[in-house]
Design a protein around this ligand. Structure first.
Ligand SMILES: *C/C=C(C)/C=C/C=C(C)/C=C/C1=C(C)CCCC1(C)C
Length: 261
């Protein structure tokens, strides 16, 4: 990957967004760990997975932040130039390889689907998640527009498949739930489409002819916003669905006893 010169504002914008993401991931991690105790046993696995997602992503953002700081040096004119040390974009893709299947599993867990359905869709969704991320990577690290587009098209096939399956399961689940939960499930569909749909848009930034520096900044800021909403925001949504379903089921958790549970 080429490392274009950046103005101080551009460099700081990316640094600040990466730092915000570290804070959001670790803050959400604590919240999800503590919320788990407020949920009935059936919904706890979903919160454990939410915690794993933001914990893994928080660690990777820590690494990305360090890599970003090392990739640049400040010159006496106030411009940031390549230091010679590479900026490692692979952290994002390794992160997605782990967190995308967990996000899918999180949703499947909170929907509490029948075991047969779960066993039939999970392997397919995990395979599709891995394919989507693996096919996107060669395009991400290529400087050639044609190569970038080619891998994006390949990656979009499993991407659409995942969204299609999850959309279908969310719609089916909505039909079986009370009105309050239905609203949450509908919002989750929109959140899924809006946040996951943001990744290919950020990926396309270098193709828009906005210049090396602008494209790099837009891509990093875009992925960071998408990650915060798709991991933290989504986790909060999953927690809200679990609570709404518990309320509809008339289940409560004894708050004192649950601390040790
Ligand atoms: C927490 C991380 C998440 C939810 C990552 C999601 C990533 C995607 C939906 C990426 C999709 C891509 C395409 C559909 C085509 C271009 C290449 C990708 C990998 C950016």
């Amino acid at each position: 990957m080429t490392i274009p010169d950046l103005s101080s504002g551009q460099f700081q914008l990316v640094s600040n967004m990466l730092s915000l993401s570290i804070a959001a991931m670790f803050g959400s991690f604590l919240f999800f760990v503590m919320s788990r105790q407020q949920l009935s046993a059936k919904y706890r696995p979903a919160m454990v997975m939410s915690s794993l997602v933001v914990g893994i992503a928080g660690y990777h953002y820590w690494r990305i932040y360090a890599s970003w700081e090392h990739a640049y040096t400040l010159t006496s004119t106030g411009t940031y130039v390549a230091s010679g040390s590479p900026f490692n974009d692979a952290y994002r893709y390794v992160d997605w390889l782990l967190t995308v299947p967990l996000l899918v599993a999180e949703l499947v867990a909170v929907l509490a689907l029948p075991k047969v359905t779960r066993n039939s869709i999970m392997p397919r969704l995990i395979a599709a998640s891995a394919a989507m991320v693996a096919l996107g990577y060669p395009g991400e690290v290529s400087g050639e527009a044609g190569v970038r587009v080619g891998w994006a098209v390949a990656s979009t096939i499993p991407f659409i498949y995942i969204l299609y399956v999850l959309w279908g399961e969310l719609s089916k689940a909505a039909a079986k739930n009370d009105a309050g939960t239905q609203v949450l499930l509908r919002n989750t569909k929109l959140l899924l489409l809006g946040t996951w749909g943001f990744y290919p848009i950020a990926y396309a930034m270098p193709l828009l002819g906005i210049g090396g520096a602008g494209a790099l900044v837009a891509l990093q800021v875009g992925y960071t916003i998408a990650d915060i909403t798709a991991k933290c925001g989504y986790g909060f949504m999953i927690c809200a669905i679990a609570r709404s379903k518990m309320a509809a089921e008339g289940v409560t958790v004894d708050e004192d006893a649950s601390v040790l549970a």
